[in-house]
Design a protein around this ligand. Sequence first.
Ligand SMILES: [Zn+2]
Length: 128
Amino acid sequence: MRADGASGAKIFSLAVSRIVVKQPPKRVKHIPQRTCVGCRQTLAKQSLTRVVRTDTGVQIDLTGKLSGRGAYIHNQRSCWQAALKGKLANALKIDVTDEDRQKLMVFMQTLPETATQEEVLLAETSEE
Ligand SMILES: [Zn+2]
């Protein structure tokens, strides 16, 4: 059954070439960029958490809608540690109180040690 085998291979290669030709449409969308106060890297806004200076102290702004002077910190602990050592205070032009520091540290505990690319991609797709 050599002939059958050969035609089978031909059909298979046609199917493969069809898959190669059919490319998914490229989605070009503008991703807002922000700078992390911890490491100074510029990242997609969704990879960072906004912290805002308000009349009642520093607030973690998960909605991105609080008004006031804000700073962005990368969703990884090392950047929050750097931010809490003074970079956040510099960015917001305030002294971070012990109470605020506690609040920020509690939030920091929920973050991974380092942000991975997979998590960034996951955040992008889950947004829709
Ligand atoms: Zn960072």
